[in-house]
Design a protein around this ligand. Structure first.
Ligand code: SF4
Ligand code: SF4
Length: 402
């Protein structure tokens, strides 16, 4: 559903208490208790309170018991329940964050790994807990010049929001170098916030830490308002979602693209520059944010098809029924918690499907997926069978010496 001014006005002040006073809230209460949400949820078997049950309890005034359970720590914000609900109830966007916020405030103990990530994000502006001064260290190894707005504040066309994983994680930095090379090849006028950039906060919000989300959002909005630019482009699928769906409640009204859609729109200009043949059989993993939440199913595939020599093989679950990597909604920092409960990692389930295609490359478009899937390949002993590459890395490789 597109974000409209009416939708923003309806949703910005929605709470569990005023649910029935808003169109979106009334929609929640139309649930027919069909159970599709519980059935489609990747961790539904481990939830005492799947969405269907939450709504049933909400209607009869017993929602408080949900707040005292850790059931929704098993929600990895995959949008599967929302995408398949026959009543069109926006569970992942509207209902679950409200319930999680209450749950998070009452959790007797936040799992240690998640707690560390949240504390790091508050203190350093990134979940990795690395110095904000090191956010732009990756620039030293790029082939092309990168303008930082705090050093050169002239107006710019594209404000590139790099995002934490792509700034700090070594494999994320590969992604950033590829984006910089593609921008440069296409003659895009771009600049970054540099060390001023903070985590967009989407995962903090979707795990229930809305106070932290607000802090991060205010800091980023302060920097957006400081500079003149025409559009924001980000390689972070979760940052994209935060900017598109939540920041508009707080004044964000900039044209926005994910790197995948940005380059897909420039395919006519890009295609003649993709001169190096890559003889890969590629299978593409639809990220939950870009796929189910935004319905960008063809853009990433069109980019992959444009690479000479590359062939595509689909996994059994693709597009709207694609399986989640397990990294959303705080899941990125809950693997130890899930393991302690005997739950199989979703990234490993997905790797089984990817390997079954016979592909030698697993292509992704969300920074979390690189590290999650590379780790799963290692754990499962498939390191020599498959590599994980972001689409932008494959595009940049195909540029050859351009
Ligand atoms: S899928 Fe939708 S209508 Fe069905 S139980 Fe879940 S919330 Fe209710
Ligand atoms: S968003 Fe995904 S993980 Fe969360 S309740 Fe819905 S189906 Fe389950």
């Amino acid at each position: 559903m597109p974000i409209t001014e009416e939708r923003i006005a309806n949703e910005c002040d929605i709470t569990l208490e005023n649910l029935s006073a808003t169109p979106e809230g009334r929609q929640v209460l139309t649930c027919i208790q069909c159970g599709t949400c519980a059935g489609t949820c990747p961790y539904g078997d481990y939830m005492d309170y799947p969405p269907r049950r939450i709504i049933a309890l909400l209607r009869i005034g017993f929602i408080e018991e949900v707040f005292h359970s850790d059931s929704l720590l098993n929600c990895v914000a995959c949008y599967s329940c929302m995408a398949q609900c026959p009543r069109g109830i926006r569970l992942t966007e509207v209902l679950l964050p409200l319930v999680k916020e209450e749950m998070f405030a009452k959790l007797p103990q936040v799992p240690a790994e998640l707690q560390t990530a949240l504390q790091n994000t508050l203190r350093y502006g990134n979940p990795q807990g690395l110095s904000p001064r090191k956010r732009t260290d990756w620039i030293k190894t790029t082939e092309v010049p990168i303008r930082i707005l705090s050093e050169d504040p002239r107006p710019v066309d594209v404000l590139w929001f790099v995002e934490c994983q792509n700034s700090y994680h070594p494999r994320g930095q590969d992604n950033s170098r590829a984006v910089a090379k593609l921008f440069h090849t296409l003659g895009v006028d771009f600049a970054i916030l540099g060390n001023d950039e903070k985590c967009a906060g989407e995962c903090a919000r979707l795990v229930g830490e809305s106070g932290l989300f607000d802090t991060l959002r205010e800091r980023n909005m302060g920097y957006f308002q400081k500079y003149k630019f025409n559009q924001i482009v980000t390689g972070g699928a979760h940052a994209y979602d935060a900017f598109k769906f939540i920041y508009p409640c707080h004044g964000f009204n900039y044209p926005l693209e994910h790197t995948t859609t940005f380059f897909a729109k420039k395919l006519d200009a890009l295609k003649p520059k993709l001169t190096k043949k890559l003889n890969y059989l590629v299978t593409y993993h639809d990220s939950c944010c870009l796929g189910r939440h935004n319905e960008f199913y063809e853009e990433p595939r069109n980019l992959l098809r444009a690479i000479p020599g590359t062939k595509l093989a689909e996994m059994v679950h693709n597009r709207i029924i694609s399986r989640c990597c397990g990294g959303g909604g705080g899941g990125m920092w809950l693997d130890t918690y899930y393991k302690s409960k005997g739950m199989e990692r979703l990234s490993e389930q997905r790797i089984k499907e990817a390997i079954a295609t016979g592909a030698d490359v697993l292509a992704v478009s969300c920074p979390y997926e690189i590290s999650r899937f590379e780790d799963a390949l290692k754990v499962m002993g498939y390191e020599n069978k498959m590599v994980v590459r972001d689409i932008v890395e494959l595009l940049a490789e195909s540029l050859g010496d351009n």
